[in-house]
Design a protein. Structure first.
Length: 126
């Protein structure tokens, strides 16, 4: 998760450590500007471990990630300790996720429209 997104969602940035998960693949999701990490043999998924995330922030992020993802305990290649990763439960396109495409074409909409709309609804239910 990008710093700009966590800052907009929970008002905080978290320490990030690069990580690789063996046996996972990050794909584009059809009709959605979001990545979907799925189990896939003989592949690796690259991302980050967020550290020092407080329970309140986890609660918001869990709702933001929707029921389409499941938080699963995984052990990154660089670590001996388990951490949570959001695994996509639906169909994927099979095309590799492009972080550059997301940053150039979708991040602004997330920051200006999607996240503010989410937070309005989140505050109503919390």
């Amino acid at each position: 998760m990008h710093d700009e997104v966590t800052l907009a969602l929970v008002g905080k940035k978290f320490r990030k450590t690069p990580a690789v998960l063996k046996g996972y693949f990050v794909s584009k999701i059809a009709n959605r500007a979001a990545p979907g990490m799925v189990v896939k043999k003989d592949t690796e998924a690259r991302g980050f471990i967020l550290s020092d995330v407080d329970e309140e922030s986890i609660a918001v992020i869990d709702v933001w990630e929707t029921n389409d993802y499941i938080a699963k305990q995984v052990i990154p290649k660089e670590s001996k300790e388990a951490c949570s990763a959001y695994i996509w439960k639906g169909d994927i396109t099979g095309e590799p996720w492009s972080d550059e495409e997301y940053l150039n074409n979708h991040l602004q909409q997330y920051l200006e429209t999607d996240i503010p709309n989410f937070l309005k609804n989140y505050q109503k239910i919390s």
